[in-house]
Design a protein. Sequence first.
Length: 111
Amino acid sequence: MGWEKQAALNEAVARDLNEDIEAAHEEAGHEGYVPMLCECGRADCEHVVPMTLEEYEGVREDPRRFALAPEHLVVEIERVVEDEGRFLVVEKRPGIPAAVAEEEDPRHTDD
Protein backbone atom coordinates (compact mmCIF):
# COMPACT_ATOMS: atom_id res chain seq x y z
CA MET A 1 0.00 0.00 0.00
CA GLY A 2 1.35 3.43 -0.89
CA TRP A 3 2.12 6.01 1.81
CA GLU A 4 -0.63 8.36 0.53
CA LYS A 5 -3.30 5.69 0.95
CA GLN A 6 -1.96 4.63 4.37
CA ALA A 7 -1.95 8.24 5.57
CA ALA A 8 -5.51 8.71 4.30
CA LEU A 9 -6.65 5.56 6.11
CA ASN A 10 -4.98 6.75 9.34
CA GLU A 11 -6.85 10.05 9.00
CA ALA A 12 -10.14 8.20 8.49
CA VAL A 13 -9.59 6.25 11.74
CA ALA A 14 -9.05 9.48 13.70
CA ARG A 15 -12.17 10.97 12.10
CA ASP A 16 -14.21 7.92 13.15
CA LEU A 17 -13.01 8.32 16.73
CA ASN A 18 -13.87 12.02 16.66
CA GLU A 19 -17.39 11.17 15.52
CA ASP A 20 -17.77 9.14 18.74
CA ILE A 21 -16.26 11.94 20.85
CA GLU A 22 -18.64 14.44 19.28
CA ALA A 23 -21.68 12.21 19.88
CA ALA A 24 -20.78 11.71 23.55
CA HIS A 25 -20.33 15.45 24.13
CA GLU A 26 -23.55 16.28 22.28
CA GLU A 27 -25.46 13.82 24.48
CA ALA A 28 -23.98 15.42 27.58
CA GLY A 29 -24.91 18.90 26.33
CA HIS A 30 -21.28 20.01 26.48
CA GLU A 31 -20.47 23.59 25.52
CA GLY A 32 -17.10 25.18 24.86
CA TYR A 33 -13.99 23.37 23.69
CA VAL A 34 -13.98 19.61 23.26
CA PRO A 35 -10.70 17.64 23.11
CA MET A 36 -10.81 16.20 19.58
CA LEU A 37 -8.05 14.05 18.10
CA CYS A 38 -5.76 15.43 15.44
CA GLU A 39 -6.94 13.90 12.16
CA CYS A 40 -3.49 13.79 10.54
CA GLY A 41 -2.04 10.82 8.71
CA ARG A 42 0.52 9.90 11.37
CA ALA A 43 -0.23 6.47 12.80
CA ASP A 44 1.34 7.40 16.16
CA CYS A 45 -0.27 10.85 16.58
CA GLU A 46 -1.87 11.45 19.97
CA HIS A 47 -2.20 15.24 19.63
CA VAL A 48 -5.42 16.76 20.96
CA VAL A 49 -7.04 19.62 19.07
CA PRO A 50 -9.39 21.82 21.16
CA MET A 51 -12.46 22.82 19.17
CA THR A 52 -16.15 23.46 19.68
CA LEU A 53 -18.77 21.06 18.40
CA GLU A 54 -19.87 23.78 15.96
CA GLU A 55 -16.33 24.07 14.60
CA TYR A 56 -16.13 20.30 14.18
CA GLU A 57 -19.45 20.24 12.32
CA GLY A 58 -18.07 22.93 10.00
CA VAL A 59 -15.10 20.69 9.18
CA ARG A 60 -17.37 17.68 8.62
CA GLU A 61 -19.54 19.47 6.04
CA ASP A 62 -17.11 18.18 3.39
CA PRO A 63 -15.87 14.55 3.58
CA ARG A 64 -12.50 15.64 2.16
CA ARG A 65 -11.82 18.01 5.08
CA PHE A 66 -10.01 17.20 8.32
CA ALA A 67 -8.90 19.08 11.45
CA LEU A 68 -5.18 18.91 12.20
CA ALA A 69 -2.65 20.25 14.62
CA PRO A 70 -0.90 23.06 12.69
CA GLU A 71 2.47 21.31 12.64
CA HIS A 72 0.98 18.09 11.17
CA LEU A 73 0.23 19.41 7.68
CA VAL A 74 1.48 17.22 4.80
CA VAL A 75 1.43 19.45 1.72
CA GLU A 76 1.77 16.53 -0.68
CA ILE A 77 -1.71 15.23 0.20
CA GLU A 78 -3.63 18.21 1.60
CA ARG A 79 -4.01 21.97 1.42
CA VAL A 80 -5.05 24.42 4.13
CA VAL A 81 -8.52 25.88 3.66
CA GLU A 82 -8.79 27.52 7.11
CA ASP A 83 -6.33 28.38 9.88
CA GLU A 84 -8.18 28.64 13.18
CA GLY A 85 -4.98 29.09 15.19
CA ARG A 86 -5.70 26.13 17.47
CA PHE A 87 -6.07 23.86 14.45
CA LEU A 88 -5.98 23.80 10.66
CA VAL A 89 -8.81 22.72 8.42
CA VAL A 90 -7.29 20.90 5.47
CA GLU A 91 -8.78 19.48 2.32
CA LYS A 92 -7.38 16.36 0.70
CA ARG A 93 -5.86 16.88 -2.71
CA PRO A 94 -7.50 15.16 -5.72
CA GLY A 95 -6.56 11.54 -6.34
CA ILE A 96 -5.97 8.85 -3.72
CA PRO A 97 -6.18 11.15 -0.63
CA ALA A 98 -9.57 12.63 -1.62
CA ALA A 99 -10.96 9.29 -2.82
CA VAL A 100 -10.09 7.50 0.43
CA ALA A 101 -11.48 10.40 2.50
CA GLU A 102 -14.80 10.19 0.66
CA GLU A 103 -14.98 6.37 0.69
CA GLU A 104 -14.18 6.14 4.42
CA ASP A 105 -16.54 8.94 5.49
CA PRO A 106 -18.74 7.54 8.29
CA ARG A 107 -21.51 9.93 7.24
CA HIS A 108 -21.44 8.72 3.65
CA THR A 109 -24.53 6.95 2.43
CA ASP A 110 -25.09 5.24 -0.90
CA ASP A 111 -28.25 6.82 -2.25
